[in-house]
Design a protein. Sequence first.
Lengths: 205, 205, 205, 205
Amino acid sequence: MPRPPVWQNGEMSKGRLEGFSDGVIAIIITIMVLELKAPHSETPEALAPLVPAFLSYVLSFLYVGIYWNNHHHMLQTTNRVTGPMLWANLHLLFWLSLFPFATAWMGENHFAPAPSAFYGVILLMAAAAYWTLQQTIIAVQGPDSFLKKALGSDWKGRLSPLTYAIAIPAAFWSAWISQGLYVFVALLWLVPDRRIERALAGKAG
Amino acid sequence: MPRPPVWQNGEMSKGRLEGFSDGVIAIIITIMVLELKAPHSETPEALAPLVPAFLSYVLSFLYVGIYWNNHHHMLQTTNRVTGPMLWANLHLLFWLSLFPFATAWMGENHFAPAPSAFYGVILLMAAAAYWTLQQTIIAVQGPDSFLKKALGSDWKGRLSPLTYAIAIPAAFWSAWISQGLYVFVALLWLVPDRRIERALAGKAG
Amino acid sequence: MPRPPVWQNGEMSKGRLEGFSDGVIAIIITIMVLELKAPHSETPEALAPLVPAFLSYVLSFLYVGIYWNNHHHMLQTTNRVTGPMLWANLHLLFWLSLFPFATAWMGENHFAPAPSAFYGVILLMAAAAYWTLQQTIIAVQGPDSFLKKALGSDWKGRLSPLTYAIAIPAAFWSAWISQGLYVFVALLWLVPDRRIERALAGKAG
Amino acid sequence: MPRPPVWQNGEMSKGRLEGFSDGVIAIIITIMVLELKAPHSETPEALAPLVPAFLSYVLSFLYVGIYWNNHHHMLQTTNRVTGPMLWANLHLLFWLSLFPFATAWMGENHFAPAPSAFYGVILLMAAAAYWTLQQTIIAVQGPDSFLKKALGSDWKGRLSPLTYAIAIPAAFWSAWISQGLYVFVALLWLVPDRRIERALAGKAG
């Protein structure tokens, strides 16, 4: 009793891409907290040495949250999922999966130069992987790419990697400048960015 | 061959918000159990030192379960997902992600004053984040907010943070009073709360 | 611009219940493998001491797989999700979440009496929680409960807890009898059980 | 008020099979990174000893990514989920769940012979389990199996286990030959394989 497969313009396919990505991102964001080891002492002072690890956790939580948020919006502009998109997405998840490591190294060494620079390298690679995924989707959408129009000049997407590229060498001069730049980029993305929402609303209206 | 994106009143969007939240909450609830380290000895007595860690695990499991349950009902009242809602939701997940740490510190130190107070701080911050998410949804729903009506006086939502605020300083006087208050609030929410279910049923009827 | 909530006979609700349960069960099944710590030595002999931990992992993987499988079939008989069902489900997940701990303790102590008995206690509690969830669904479905008919005499569901109840005290006499009984029950469930599938097929036909 | 269950040709069922598999695979791919322990030293040189662990992580990430990708395509050819398929799928997930262990042992021992051979054994068992799942789906689809036609000669599926079977004993002669063979097979699958996509497109066209 053979039956034809359910195949509805790749929609289901997209559901799995999103579901898998959500799973990986959810685990990444949650295992970072495992680095905050409960102190053996019961005094409030026992929390003090954990402050750097906590701050680096907050920063990474913000970054992973921003990636999830942007990933969510980007995929809403497409309903086709192709082989190259699956791999570009896995490539992005690979670099995001190194966030817990980079966060732990930086937090444990109190924002020392090398770990701060390394954190920037991971941020830069993740940004490059995100850009690649974006370009892959735009290429699939063709000359009238909806995503391309929604992105506009994409100045945030251009400024972020540039800032990381400055922050990486700067860490060896002053790690605090690097940290300031990382926080600056995070805040840049936290400010609501309604490009895709607005474009989609315009389309629906 | 460009095709228009699938965009159905934000429904898909909500699916990802729920799926991601479920993923994070599922991981939080499960990694807490990692704190229960299998004893090296094979005697039944080897389990005795784990009792405080087990009890704090049960309490946190209840709390995370309550949050999942309420989150589930709250999101059923809306089908629109906006940028601020995504961030208010991530903010809630951030505080929930600190439950494993707070639980481990409290369990390992046998409900000592400082860890007990700290646990209350995390409970309070999570409650505040939940309230913020609730207000964000109500604001999106506008003056006739369905969620607002369903919540009614929201006395549980008001009483809980107040109780935490009392339990935090009380921990330094007697940690058992704090624990009692935490258990009291958990039981308060365990008692079935049919407000949203009833309101939705009334709507459907 | 208030819009009515999407409310379709609780279907969406069920999606989240399933998704959350899948997430928790997926994490439980996967973190058990973390107990298999990679040996520091590179010789093949270094794997030998891990054999008991590996065997207890296989047994627990089977049990969690059986629970996922049965949970999957049971929920297919219903499309209503009520508050008590959410809590009965969380209660089941709570006992399943203790599998990694029970597995690690038993594996590390080479199936010693107390850990073997403790493992049986967790199996028994999980079976009781599963039974409670089953009864909750049957109660919601009312006198003509489809699930109740599909289960028939439910002899496996009755025999399993009975077997655990024998295996628990037996562990202190001979842990190998208990292990044999645990394996026996697992195999019992592995043999395809088509009751619900057949009942659903009959209904559709 | 009994209501008939929602039963739509097993589609929902497939959703849970995919969702659960995605969850397990997402966790497997992410916990492998936990083996990359943040060094205590803050110098860039502190990263050097981690290079073998990092390389084995990259290799395993690729393999798990390939499995996810192929699993995704394979399940798109079917919309029926049977009991044997659920178990064949769990069997595949079991072998995939041993990747973190095999990866950690190989990485920690700098690709020594025994761990390299063991890694090949896990690859071989996972390939066999994947093949079993494939055959189970083909059997369900009957004589006109869509999946069978889409796979064609399945030369990659035949060559891969053969290569692992050579690589396993070769590890004791030269572990680098084995590693080269593992990388070779991974690259083989990375090259886009459009069989199923093309077959589905042809069907839709």
